[in-house]
Design a protein around this ligand. Sequence first.
Ligand code: BGC
Length: 379
Amino acid sequence: MKKLLLFFGLIAFCCSCTNEKKESLILDESNFETTYRDKAVHLYTLKNENGMVAQITNYGARIVSLIVPDKSGKPTDVVWGYKNIKDYLSAGDIYSGPIVGRFGNRIAKGKFSIGDDDYQLTINNEPNHLHGGFDGLYDQVWEAKPFVNEQGEKALKLICVSPDGEDGYPGNFKISVVYTIKKDNSIAIDYVAKTDKPTPCNPTNHSYFNLHGTSSKTIDSHILWVKADNYTPTDSVLIPTGEIATVENTPADFREPTAIGKHINDDHELIRFGSGGYDMNFVLNKKRKGIEIVASLYEPENGILMEIFTDQPGLQFYSGQGMNGKDIGKRDDVHHKYSGLALETQGFPDAPNHSNFPNAILNVGENYEQSSIYRFRVK
Ligand code: BGC
């Protein structure tokens, strides 16, 4: 009997340790209570029954934490982020986890034309426009409504209105993004946008993933697979030349699962233009319009596998070479080179200036829609 009690006692102790561990990764929502741009900022915590927790703030519709179990069941926070709103607002790297846009990635010299009208956007990444400019969606406070969907899954709907002329963009632009924590440990991101004047539209989520759960280990060991035979080569300031080129014999060939570190230092234009890493757009092999699996990322050490599904034509891969050691993250992690990577589901960079790229102009009366899913499991 004593032995039995000891056994159950031990089990209870182990469970409480795991729970404690998990709880300690979850940030206190009060760390995010503030007012910014005259609007209230909050942090929302969404959980499912299978060990997945997402923390999302309405400041930039940003994923702050994404906690999933590794192969031993250990809760692991797989995104880079900060522990409070103060750190987000003072960070050197302003693109940790948010929705970027209206136009994610670059528009050459901030210029484009729609019909007979020429437009000039702000230049926030010399000599180009990047991720929506100075007042992009990532720096806005969104309206947020948590809800439970018909399948009983926890979700958060975020809405933002970007006024006509903001950062030079035409039209009042209204976007909603719904994050849903699904039963199968995936986070679904569903976007809908409308405008009252034709405008470039290419929003995406800009989370920095590190499947180790700590930046003390880099993303070099992650195994990446991307369903893309082609990519869009760029000039030295990362503007696409317009060519659709094969990935064959380039560091961008991830048609077979390959460790990211294998070619990250290759003497290749793609790596040089990326300033010592990947900063490139894959042309996804998509045969039909709907959502399908396009990429996966796997960390052999802890068995975490992330699978990406999207209905978008492109995937931007940025390997975090600009992370410069200055910002300090949630668990006092240092934001050093390659400590996180972005895999952004989207249209092609600079699409408004390339008639051979999929259209990225949203017209009046149309609905922009995007559905993307990041699913986590272990293998
Ligand atoms: C871009 C990079 C940029 C980074 C900022 C990526 O989406 O492709 O060029 O430096 O975002 O975090």
